[in-house]
Design a protein around this ligand. Sequence first.
Ligand code: NAP
Length: 271
Amino acid sequence: MNLPTSTRPDPRTTPLPRLAGKVALITGAAQGIGAATARLFAQHGAKIVLNVLEDNTLAQRTLAAIGEEDALLYQADVTDVAAVQRMLDIAVARFGKLDILVNNAGINVFNDPLKLSDDEWTRCFEVDLKGAWNCSRAVLPIMLQQGAGSIVNIASVHGHKIIPGCFPYPVAKHGLIGLTRALGIQYAAQGIRVNSISPGLILTPIAEAGFAAAADPVAERHRQTEILPTKRIGEPEEVAYTALFLASDEARFINATDILIDGGRSQVYHD
Ligand code: NAP
C-alpha cells in the first residue's frame, strides 16, 4: 500500500514494526527463549504460530501475552513428523502463509559418553537435530512457493566449544549448525535464508534446572556467573532480539551463518 507522504509514519520518530505482515512459527514457545522470541516478534507486527509440547499454564500465558487474534497455539512434538505437518497445514489455513521458522525446541542431554544409553542418544538427536529438520522440511515447500523465507535455528555455544560431561548435546548442536549451512546454501538462490544463533548461558527454566541439579545450587549459579566475562548471565530477550534481526528483512544478505551470544565467553582460552 502506498500511503501519501503526509500520512506515512516518520521513521525518525515512529519505529516501524520490523516484522509487519510476516507469519512466524516458533517451536518450543511456551517458556524461555521461545516465549521471549514469540512475544518480541508479535510486538514487531508478526502473526505467531506458537508450537508447544504441552498446552499448559505457561503455554496459555504466552498465548495470552500475544492475544488469540495474532497467535495460534498448536501442541505438537517436533519429533512427530505427521503432527508437524498438521501444524503447518492449520497454520497456513489460518494465516495464509509462513515467512519465518524459529527452530527453538531443544533439550539438554548431558552425560559422560560411556555412561550414555542408546535411548538418551536417540532422544537428544530426535529433538535437537531431527526436530529442526522435521520443521524445516515442512516449511520449505511453502517458502519455496513464496520465493522467500527465513529460518533461524537456536543452536548453542556447545556447537562451537566442548565442555566435558555434556555429551551428546554438543554433537547434536554441531549438527544443527551444519544443517543451517547446508540448507542456507541449498536454497539461497530461491530467496530462503537459514541462519543460527548460538547462545551461551541464558537464564531460562532449562538453565535454572541445571543449577538446581547441582550439589550446591547457589554456589553453582555463582560459579557459572563468575566465569562469564560480563559477570552476568544472558537473558532470553537478548537472544530474541538477534532472532528478530535475522528473521527480518534487515538481515537479507545474511545467510548460512551463526551468531554467538555468550558475552564473549567462548573467546576465553583459560580462566
Ligand atoms: P527451555 O526453557 O527448556 O525451553 C525449551 C522449550 O522446548 C520448552 O518449552 C520445551 O517444552 C520445548 N520442547 C522440548 N522438547 C520438545 C519437543 N520434542 N517438541 C516441542 N517442544 C519441545 O529451554 P531454553 O533455555 O529456552 O532453550 C531454548 C533453546 O535454546 C534450546 O534449543 C536450547 O538447546 C537452546 N540453548 C539454551 C541455552 C540456555 O542457556 N538456556 C544455551 C544455549 C542454547 P516443555 O517445557 O513442555 O518440555
